[in-house]
Design a protein around this ligand. Structure first.
Ligand code: F6R
Length: 366
């Protein structure tokens, strides 16, 4: 059942080219320049006309919401908020008739997310469920929604569900932007074509597995890690830190790279490795100077870079190359090495990576 792999986690990590492809199947038609989403029909006009979108989720699904915030704002030019379900439900949030809420959840059973949308629905919000488990509670409590079709995720730490969430949310944003007229036809078609290439690029990123295992061996005894990124790399940094905490019980923090000057740079010394998401995008120059700032203080740097980068490898202690893609789609590729890094550190330490201590696959209590 583990298909020749030692653990479900590594099997699921390696399944991602296929799960992303499954997620796109029947939805993305590059030739025709068309996206079809059977799950958003009746309420499509609500989505296309709303002036406010809120993502409600927990954990890794919340990180998918953070990526989606940037994607929807960029493509649809609509204000977006991303909320922890547990906070959203217990404060008194302003919800108006016609607000659109996306509930993102692998299991579809997370109690805080479920109760948060039930409350918002009563106040007139339109709810779309983005879930993996078909027929689960959140899709049933939503007006409409789109399934991620990643197949059962057995490993407690979410991997393939995350990239499937990003795939679905990107499809929705692209379709809505096209219908709103906030993206021109050329850019729309360019992104469709690039999205179609993502499974192949994820596969290339997975080819770094052995190289990443060696890096894991070098850093596995560190007591703490920083994960740093900017723009689309920032939620990826948060996700990398969460994976490492869950799987290898090493303390880790994710930050927007520019925030380091405002506090945590005080922690940096030769014992604190920093993992940078430093692929070539519009904030590349800035992240290069952030890497220099860490190196100047004696910190070790592991950098996820774009293929062919010849600047960062001269500064960083270790680099992991991933193929280039549009920055909007990069999280699906750049998260792969971080999943592998946490897997290898966890297994080297002899931990049960499929069922980390204290964690449950679906959190149905508050
Ligand atoms: C992280 C992880 C958790 C879940 C969170 C939400 O690896 O597994 O943080 O992402 O509990 O779960 P769902 O997506 O089922 O609502």
């Amino acid at each position: 059942e583990k298909g020749g792999y030692d653990h479900f986690m590594i099997k699921e990590i390696h399944e991602q080219p296929n799960t992303i492809r499954d997620c796109l199947r029947g939805r993305l038609d590059v030739e025709a320049g068309r996206i079809t989403l059977g799950g958003i029909r009746e309420y499509a006009a609500n989505l296309n006309n709303t002036d406010r979108i809120v993502f409600v989720a927990c954990g890794t699904s919340w990180h998918a919401g953070l990526v989606a915030e940037y994607v929807f704002e960029e493509l649809c030019r609509v204000p977006v908020e991303v909320e922890y379900a547990s906070e959203f439900r217990y404060r008194n949030p302003v919800i108006r008739e016609g607000d659109v809420i996306f509930a993102v959840s692998q299991s579809g059973e997370t109690a805080d997310t479920l109760v948060a949308i039930e409350g918002a629905k009563e106040k007139g919000a339109i709810i779309f469920g983005i879930c993996n488990v078909v027929g689960s509670s959140i899709p049933r409590a939503s007006h409409e929604g789109v399934y991620t079709h990643a197949g059962p995720e057995i490993g407690v730490a979410s991997t393939k569900a995350f990239t499937a969430q990003l795939t679905v949310l990107t499809l929705i944003a692209l379709k809505s932007a096209h219908e709103r007229g906030t993206i021109d036809d050329k850019r729309f078609r360019e992104l469709l074509a690039e999205l179609y290439r993502i499974p192949e690029k994820v596969k290339q990123a997975l080819d770094m597995d052995e190289h990443i295992r060696k890096i894991a061996g070098k850093y596995k005894d560190a007591h703490s890690f920083l994960f740093l990124g900017r723009r689309y790399g920032f939620p990826v940094a948060l996700e990398g830190a969460l994976k490492l905490k869950e799987i290898s019980y090493i303390h880790a923090e994710g930050y927007p790279a520019a925030e380091m000057k405002h506090g945590h740079i005080a922690l940096v010394d030769e014992n604190l490795p920093s993992v940078f998401i430093a692929t070539r995008d519009s904030s590349y120059e800035k992240i290069v100077s952030n890497i220099q700032e860490i190196k100047a203080r004696g910190g070790k740097v592991i950098a996820v870079v774009s293929e062919g980068d010849d600047v960062i490898p001269q500064m960083a202690d270790d680099v992991i190359e991933v193929p280039e893609t549009d920055e909007l789609l990069m999280p699906m590729v750049s998260v792969i090495p971080l999943q592998l890094l946490s897997y290898h550190i966890g297994t080297m330490k002899g931990y049960n990576v499929d069922q980390p201590r204290n964690l449950a696959k679906s959190v149905t209590v508050e």
